[in-house]
Design a protein around this ligand. Sequence first.
Ligand code: FES
Length: 107
Amino acid sequence: MMADGWLEVAHRDELQPGMMKRVDIAGQRYLLANAGGQIYAVDDLCSHEEVSLYLGCIDGDTIKCSLHGSRFSLKNGEPLDPPATEPIKTYPIKISSDHIYLMKKTA
Ligand code: FES
């Protein structure tokens, strides 16, 4: 845990390129993904149906849903293929002393 709203969610070793981690913070699930060395944090739930994107796979800088195949940009959460039409949320990440921190935004 870190002050000023940043939450420690992983150690860098847990997220080598191509790896994902799902974290639950106060009942909300987030997905961390290392796409080609860049770490992103997005909502774990697909915007199409309530399916965990953790069950999908990283494809370039997108996460592909395992159920109907929509890909979402890990950079901005936008859906790139049907059937999903709504974006997923993305969250700021920072890395300090090999620990990964997520900024949980409140709506
Ligand atoms: S549940 Fe993800 S694309 Fe349908």
